[in-house]
Design a protein around this ligand. Structure first.
Ligand code: NAP
Length: 313
């Protein structure tokens, strides 16, 4: 096995993403020592039982001596966790995160950090609707994008730190891209955040209709609705924090979406079949482009049985 990228990493938050990093880092030898900490004693005990790494009793114990600290907590918790971790981190260490919103995460990390550390916000475009340490698996990041949003004016040694963090994620199997945080948030608003909002909403509407239709909604759920329920099963805390922290970009997308939906509504009302064919044909070509880009496979059932092609958040 090649040399580890980092001697010691600390993963704060041992849920789906933290546990997946722990498993992938162990499997690929990306880190010699993997320390974990979670605010929940129950999660810490479960992470320990799963053998995810060296589970620390406190945040301080986890981050002390770590070359790279990765915050794997909901976006709304990043600032407080960073503030607790920073005083105990060693000089020159990397402080990064995996939050699904980058401008706000970057602001929170930078506010807590000290100049002796390298703050490099990040986001793996890989995930599932599952939560908790049991949900983690080593291949989650394989072939997926990992977006880094380095801060401007990072100081001495910053570029080398970005290179080291990129090498770490590449070792886990990810393809690394750097991007401006605001651009990340605009792109993810349409590719991930809005689709989740629509899924939460359609499931909630169907839930209300379920009482009226007396069980028929669940019974015939395979007709498209089932895929929405899978996305809508995602963690409520994580998604609350995504929407509250990427408000502007999500509201902008939602405005455009509502206008387009109104146009479809009008076409149905006035029997404008040509317009429906035109829009549906265009949508179909985007699906083909996603498959051609290797972001999903064309297997029946959207290839959902293969862990490598699970939903990406
Ligand atoms: P998760 O499975 O719910 O795990 C998060 C863990 O963090 C939970 O064990 C939680 O404990 C713990 N935690 C919460 N506050 C904490 C604190 N102050 N200190 C220490 N631990 C704390 O969530 P996840 O899916 O791994 O998501 C983690 C991060 O990854 C989020 O920022 C999310 O936006 C990002 N992300 C998620 C996905 C995805 O598909 N799920 C994909 C890419 C990025 P409790 O449960 O006890 O609160």
């Amino acid at each position: 096995m090649p040399d580890p990228v980092f001697q010691r990493i600390a993963l704060i938050g041992a849920g789906l993403i933290g546990a997946s990093i722990a498993r992938a880092a162990a499997e690929t030898g990306a880190a010699e020592v993997i320390a974990l900490y979670d605010a929940s004693a129950d999660v810490r005990a479960r992470a320990d039982a799963l053998g995810l790494g060296s589970v620390a009793p406190t945040l301080e114990a986890a981050v002390s001596g770590a070359d790279c600290v990765i915050l794997c907590v909901p976006v709304g918790a990043i600032g407080a966790v960073a503030a607790g971790a920073v005083p105990h981190m060693k000089d020159g260490a990397i402080l990064t995160d995996v939050g699904s919103v980058k401008a706000e995460a970057a602001r929170a990390l930078a506010a807590a950090a000290e100049p002796r550390l390298h703050v490099i916000p990040g986001h793996p475009i890989a995930g599932t609707e599952q939560s908790g340490p049991e949900a983690g698996f080593a291949t989650l990041f394989r072939g997926a994008w990992h977006i880094l949003t380095p801060l401007p004016g990072g100081g001495e040694g910053y570029d080398a730190a970005v290179d080291a963090l990129s090498a770490f994620w590449q070792r886990l199997g990810a393809r690394v891209e750097t991007m401006d945080a605001a651009r990340h948030d605009r792109v993810l608003a349409i590719t991930s955040h809005l689709p989740h909002l629509i899924a939460f909403n359609i499931v909630s509407t169907a839930f209300d209709m379920e009482t009226v239709e007396q069980g028929e909604v669940v019974k015939y759920s395979a007709g498209g609705f089932r895929d929405f329920t899978r996305i809508a099963a995602s963690d409520p805390v994580m998604w609350r924090d995504v929407f509250l922290n990427n408000k502007e970009a999500v509201l902008e997308c939602l405005g455009r979406f509502s206008e387009d939906l109104a146009a479809l509504q009008r076409a149905i009302r006035w029997g404008d079949g040509d317009m429906l064919i035109k829009e549906f044909t265009r949508a179909r070509s985007i699906r083909k482009a996603i498959i051609d880009a290797g972001q999903d496979c064309s297997a029946v059932n959207f290839g959902r049985n293969a862990p490598d092609t699970e939903d990406q958040a």
